[in-house]
Every structure is written in C-alpha cells, then in structure tokens.
Design a protein around this ligand. Structure first.
Ligand code: MRU
Length: 354
C-alpha cells in the first residue's frame, strides 16, 4: 500500500473504539454532538448490548467492537474454566453476532475470532486474541486510508459531494469509508463542498457526520433528506458517496435507509454514485440484495425527536433502518483491494477471488 498524503492523515482525529487498560472503550454516539462521553466495558454481554443500543454503530466499528468483546469473553471463560473455555464461549459468540442483523462485519469479525479460538494451543488465550482484535482494528484503518486514495482519484477537481448517514471515523476503526474518501478528496483539493443528509430518524448525518467533519476542520452543509434530489437538480454535487452495511455477491448494497432513494435520484440527474467499503463488508454468501436481512427498529425512533413526541398521538410508524441499492445504480464500489466500476457478480468474484 502506498503512503497517504500527510494532509489526508491530518484530517483524522476521531476514534470511537479503543482498547484501554484491559477494557473496551466506546465513545457514546447516542449523546453526540451535545456531549462527548466514553463508556468502558469489561464483559461481552454489556458490549453486545452497547452494539444493539447503538452506543457504537456503523458496520466496521461494530465488527471491531465485537472482536474486542470476544477478548473480554475469553478472559472470563478461561478464568472460570481453563480446560473447557472454548465450549463455554460459544453461546457468547452467537449472542454477539446477533446483536444487529444487517451489518455483516459483525459476524465476519466473530467468525475470524472463532477460527483463531479453534486454532489456539492450550494455555492463556488472551495475548493471541487481543493481538488479533488489534490487528482487525489496524487493518480497518489501513483499508480506509487506501480507499480514501482510490475513491478520491475518481473525483474531478472542484467537485461537490453528498453523503448519507455516517460512514466516517465514528463508524469504523478510524478515518472512515465514505468520509475517508471525503477526507482524502478535500486534502487533494478535488472536493470543494461537502453536503450531508441529516438522515432521519436517528440523525447520523446531522449529529455524527457534521460533528466529525468539523472536528477535522472540514466544512459541511446539512440538508433534510428530502432536499437531496433538489440539490442534484441545481448541479451542486457530482458524486454521492456512501458506506455499506453489507454488499451482496452481485454488488447490491445495503446501507442506511434513504440510500436507495438517493441513488435513484442520482441516476436521474447524472450524478455519480460511489459505495466505499472494506472487503469485510462484502458477503459472497449472500447472492443478492433480496437475501440481506433488513433490521427494523422501534417505532419511537420515528414518532419522536430528541425524546419528545412529534407525531400525532395514535399514529403508528414503520422503521426499517436499512435499504438495498441495486448494483445497476452504483457507478463504483471502492474497496481496499481495488475499485469495481458498474458492479456485476463476475466483477465481484474477480475482486474477492472466489
Ligand atoms: O444504523 P447504523 O448507524 O449502524 O448504520 C450505519 C450505516 O448505515 C453506515 O452508512 C454503514 O454502516 C457504513 S459505515 C462505514
């Protein structure tokens, strides 16, 4: 991998997941941007609950959190039962993997830790498991930097870009996928203006993307999700850049609800559509978007804002939190292994080598 521009690295101050003094440390993303607070975890059930409750969110960040959570579980299980801890940890791994259904990085990280658990010699498993979790974390940051370079190279100088949800440092090990491309594109002066959808109902765009870009000194303009099409009509954006929670074997991509709508609008207006995601988000066992499980969350996320009911009393809500953008609406899938333009199953197989 080549060395990223020094400027691009300077735009990289935010970390949501850390391992500190034998504990998992998570920035509590539910409180941002009003308060910057951290929570510490020393056992797997609490860490799994934090994933479910969205203390930490974003596909790669969830995967990295899970890897550290496996370390915590192994510590407890080995202390309690050094002979049979491998059998005891199995229910923990399943509980963790099912904390959220759509982001495949979660199960990917659990499977990688499970494979190591099986291969470990007898004795204290902690050093090897912790090294693996740290490796997964470092790999993710390196992948994001590489994607930043590859993605930014596709963008013409002086472009406006629109992003949806938060696919940034907060959603990954650091630097971000879609926002990694934004960071590298701003550093290379290819991107002159960044727009972010507020991303109803959880407001990842308004609360998280705006916050993290401003931490790094990158100006950002927010818009309500419904304004994106009108922004495109004005000719103010040349690329939509998003992350992914799961990319199927044919290139169909699950991402935050509203992504599909944005992709349809982009195609109509001749705006290019880029998905930036590490290969850990590609699931070659999922044939196409129809097979991706879509998480549905509580009605209250839609019926309320900031804890106050905004919807008419008695109204119900439907709250699918992801949708699937068909491959034919995607101009480029940018991964750390390379760029797939106009994705098809054959091109995805060529990328993944299976
Ligand atoms: O529900 P969330 O906030 O976990 O959803 C996150 C997203 O949809 C992100 O865009 C996706 O995980 C990519 S993160 C690099």
């Amino acid at each position: 991998m080549s060395t990223p521009e020094p400027n691009a690295i300077a735009y990289d101050r935010v970390r949501a997941v850390e391992w500190e003094d034998g504990r998992l440390k998570l920035m509590d993303q539910r409180l941002l941007p009003a308060r910057l607070e951290y929570l510490y975890f020393d056992n797997l059930p609490d860490a799994a609950r934090a994933i479910h409750d969205m203390v930490v969110r974003g596909a790669p960040a969830i995967g990295i959190t899970a890897a550290y959570a496996v370390v915590l579980a192994a510590r407890d299980r080995y202390r309690a039962n050094p002979r049979d801890w491998r059998a005891d940890i199995e229910p923990d791994l399943e509980r963790l993997a099912s904390a959220r259904p759509t982001a495949v990085n979660l199960r990917w990280a659990v499977e990688r830790m499970r494979a190591l658990i099986k291969a470990l010699p007898d004795g204290d498993p902690l050093p090897r498991l912790l090294a693996e979790a740290k490796h997964i974390h470092a790999e993710d940051i390196a992948a994001n930097r590489r994607m930043g370079e590859l993605g930014a190279a596709l963008i013409g100088a002086g472009s406006g870009v629109l992003t949806h949800c938060n696919a940034g440092a907060l959603a990954t090990g650091g630097y971000g996928t879609a926002l990694g491309v934004v960071r590298a594109g701003v550093a290379a002066k290819r991107i002159k203006e960044v727009f972010a959808d507020e991303t109803r109902p959880w407001l990842q765009g308004a609360r998280l993307t705006a916050w993290e870009l401003l931490q790094d000194g990158i100006p950002v303009t927010l818009l309500s999700d419904g304004a994106a099409t009108w922004l495109m009509k004005q000719g103010r954006v040349q690329w939509v850049i998003v992350g992914a929670d799961r990319i199927a074997a044919n290139g169909d991509t699950a991402n935050k609800i509203g992504t599909y709508m944005t992709a349809v609008a982009a195609r109509h207006h001749g705006v290019k559509f880029m998905v930036a995601a590490p290969t850990s988000t590609i699931d070659m066992n999922t044939p196409d978007g129809n097979a991706i499980p879509i998480e549905t969350r509580a009605e209250t996320e839609v019926l309320t804002a900031g804890g106050t009911r905004t919807a008419a009393e008695g109204a119900r809500a439907w709250n699918p939190v992801f949708d699937v953008t068909p491959a034919e609406l995607i101009d480029a899938i940018v991964t750390e292994k390379g760029v797939v333009e106009q994705p098809t199953r054959a091109k995805m197989v060529a990328l993944m080598g299976s």
